[in-house]
Design a protein. Sequence first.
Length: 259
Amino acid sequence: MKNNFVIVPARGGSKGIKNKNLQKVFGKPLVVRSINHAKIILPDNRIILSTDSTKIINEVAKYFKIAFKLPNKNSISNFGPFLIHYRSSRLAGDKSLISDTLFDIRANLLRLNQEIDKICLLQPSSPFRSTKELLKVRKLMSKPGGKKISKLSVVKVEDNHPARMYKLDSSHNLIRLNGYSKYKHARRQDLPITYIRDGGFYIIGDQLIKDKIQYSDSPTPIIREFPNSLNIDSRLDLITVSVIESENMLIGDPNEDIR
């Protein structure tokens, strides 16, 4: 696994939810939860926290009891048991792409004489990952090779099926999406099974990172279920999380390391 890494991307800015990556779920900040998940997949020295935020750095340092000196921008350095990629503002804006951040991490690792085979991207906005899922991903990461690998997690689309969606034409009228017109009167159970990315897991080979591609046109799926597939992007998602916490709705043993 020496050429594999788990990357936890946690920029400080967020329009929808202020300090989103520091929101607490089951008492732990989202970024800390993803680092804990990463620890199940790979050893600590293969985990990279990528952030532009001193507030996030301080919170992570406090939780893991890390004494640190603020690193240089756009560099990779030791951060207690982990590694840290301290981003510049160029890689931390609302329009910044994660593919650009991964490319910069790759360049920094190469300067440290560390090649990449593949990485696993764990976004903090996905708070629920079961131990079973994490062990499955660890197994996938342990397989040799993989510079062209592209795997991502998905969840089956239910009510928000593309067959029920519309877009506006030039006259501001609703028109159906291409390819779904024959299903306009179909019952939900008769609609073709469709999946959507849930943001929980991305396994990305070095060739894709080099080409600034987050996932290929035909990636291999890691299929998940709600509520573990929840991705926090809005206030409504936070309300849903609070219900999951109070009702203990998580899939699997509630004592698993998903908290």
